[in-house]
Design a protein around this ligand. Structure first.
Ligand SMILES: NC(=O)c1ccc[n+]([C@@H]2O[C@H](COP(=O)([O-])OP(=O)(O)OC[C@H]3O[C@@H](n4cnc5c(N)ncnc54)[C@H](OP(=O)(O)O)[C@@H]3O)[C@@H](O)[C@H]2O)c1
Length: 288
């Protein structure tokens, strides 16, 4: 497939996971408006196709391609990676955006707790499966949407699946800490390859997050916070910046808020924990 856009991202191919709504849809639209060919993913084929058509029409760039994949399933992530590799000879930017918050503990088809499986393991597996193509397309970028919610969290190696007691807040916070630690470890491993790895907090954003399975507490907090939340377009600004701005080329291994580098939590810089998390994740997704 060729790129048909014009603008500063013309000729670039970008994959935005979770591009059907919220921050991901606004990110995909922003990058398509800059002229990139943008692939988006979502679970439902019709909803994903409709979102791609919406974005293409809204920004006047027809190069928006839908891919359906449920990131909670490792088989689906592997299928998605193959479809992307078959469709695009080069991949300049991967935006790991898909994620969610589930009030009740859910178990995926692979027997894993859903928050950890989608928010972290899906990101880990997809990124690793696309890594050679990103390296071959260098300079390339991997942008992972984390959250300030990682702040109070610690990775719990004794109970990564929340089997001994599930708290949605804790599971979400740990998955977002995993996003940050994964990015730092990835940046170390990618040193010298021309592929950068950055992560970010988008802000509190008015999206569909949690709507699928929101408890009373989540609903109440979201309703009260609503007037103070960013729009999806405002929430996408840092993702778009990290995916496209020339200044970011040297920003690898950093966490960004409002398009500026910011310190993440103290535990997130623990390299031994990051290396252990990498190994456990590789085992859980069956990567050597
Ligand atoms: N909203 C906030 O205030 C906030 C704050 C900090 C961080 N974040 C992060 O921002 C990212 C985007 O969230 P959002 O707020 O924009 O929420 P959203 O509106 O609910 O969008 C989530 C996106 O992820 C996709 N998705 C969810 N579960 C999936 C799965 N199992 N497989 C594949 N795709 C899946 C959804 O696609 P389908 O439903 O179409 O499958 C949708 O496109 C998440 O990583 C979230 O943790 C959000």
């Amino acid at each position: 497939m060729t790129n048909s856009g014009t603008g500063p991202m013309a000729g670039k191919t970008v994959l935005v996971t979770g591009g059907t709504s919220g921050i991901g849809k606004a990110t995909a639209a922003g990058l398509a408006a800059l002229g990139a060919r943008v692939a988006i993913t979502g679970r439902d084929p019709v909803r994903t196709r409709d979102a791609a058509a919406d974005i293409a029409a809204a920004v006047g760039n027809p190069a928006v391609d839908p891919f359906a994949a449920d990131m909670s399933s490792q088989a689906a992530v592997r299928r998605l990676a193959k479809e992307i590799l078959d469709a695009y000879p080069r991949l300049d930017v991967l935006v790991n955006n898909a994620g969610g918050f589930w009030t009740t503990r859910r178990v995926t088809a692979d027997g894993l707790e859903q928050t950890f499986a989608v928010n972290h393991l899906g990101v880990f597996l997809l990124t690793n499966l696309l890594l050679d193509r990103l390296k071959a397309s260098a300079p390339a970028r991997i942008v992972t949407v984390a959250s300030a919610a990682h702040g109070g969290a610690r990775i719990n190696f004794d109970d990564p699946q929340g089997e001994q007691g599930y708290s949605a807040q804790r599971a979400y916070a740990r998955s977002k800490l995993a996003n940050v630690m994964f990015t730092y470890e990835l940046a170390r491993r990618l040193d010298g390859t021309g592929v950068s790895a950055t992560t970010l907090h988008p802000g509190g954003v008015r999206t569909g997050i949690g709507a699928e399975d929101s408890g009373l507490l989540f609903k109440l907090a979201f309703t009260l916070a609503r007037p103070f939340l960013k729009t999806p377009e405002q929430g996408a600004a840092t993702s778009i910046y990290l995916a496209s701005a020339p200044a970011v080329e040297d920003g690898t291994g950093q966490y960004f808020v409002n398009s500026k580098p910011k310190a993440s939590s103290k535990p997130s810089y623990d390299e031994a924990t990051a290396a252990r998390l990498w190994q456990i994740s590789a085992d859980l997704v069956g990567l050597a």
